[in-house]
Ligand binder design. Sequence first.
Ligand SMILES: C[S@@+](CC[C@H](N)C(=O)[O-])C[C@H]1O[C@@H](n2cnc3c(N)ncnc32)[C@H](O)[C@@H]1O
Length: 312
Amino acid sequence: MTYQHLPAMPNEVVNFLNCQPGRILVDCTLGGSGHARAICKKISPDGLLIGIDQDRDAITNAKRVLQPFASHIRLFHGNFIRLPEFLAELNLTAVDGILLDLGVSQHHLEKSGRGFSFQKDEPLDMRMNMQTSETAAHYVNQLAESELHKIFKEYGEERWAKKIAREIIRIRKNEKIETSKQLARIVSSVIPNRAAREQKIHPATRVFMALRIAVNRELEVLDRFMGQITDFLNPGGRVCVLAFHSLEDRIVKRHLKALEKGCTCPPALPACGCGKKPVVRLLTRRVVRPRKAEIAVNPMARSTRLRAAEKI
Ligand SMILES: C[S@@+](CC[C@H](N)C(=O)[O-])C[C@H]1O[C@@H](n2cnc3c(N)ncnc32)[C@H](O)[C@@H]1O
């Protein structure tokens, strides 16, 4: 079985990454290989695409979808935080462009059978990498009320976080919470009807997103990776990040601004003492959002926030 993911902002991505024949690009989040295909077309005939995904399904899929470019791609299963290791396997230390398209793919939501979607009745797993240990069911059945509350509030910005965490604790005294529908029902039972109607999204949306972020340690990994990203870029190399969550975008923005500024001395200091120089030039002074015409054909792209920079 192959699957495709309608990529968000594909033209902007290949332009910001300055994809040209002969360049070496890394797609850190292959997913359905939508962006990867667009990049391969631009860097052909002599470029190289290094594709990474922590979900083995995405790697299996990429082998098929990217078959026409087979001699110009190298695929790695694992977390993108392991990029230096993957580059070393190819005798490389730096590349011309790095893409991060964060979050889940359509495959995760629609076909993976791993409980990412509250619309389906599936085992509550939510791991992108099936080789990591703790599932969403583990979190929901084992974590203390205060920890669940924190996850729902911080990662989901869920107004009813406290009540939902309390209800989970009450229910799990009598039954294990094992499926996505079970969890969706518990969350829906807690949120008042009026509030649910006002939100215009399914009542379980925020809780599911928060759990997924926690299970996959998405924000920690992004923060660590953004702190090192320019180490893996050649001068003139580009980074382009698509975020879907305000917390992700905040991390990307903070790192890129710091890299642009260089100096970390307090503003009150008369002269720079740290000696740190700017490392990047921002290509997007403000966040770039998809155009209305794109959202009309690809509604999943509506909350995309794109930022890009070039290493000096
Ligand atoms: C939004 S999808 C990417 C879609 C892709 N750009 C396309 O056009 O089809 C995100 C993908 O990144 C993967 N992913 C998320 N975080 C990751 C990480 N830290 N390391 C490796 N892969 C990750 C997920 O498994 C998922 O397949």
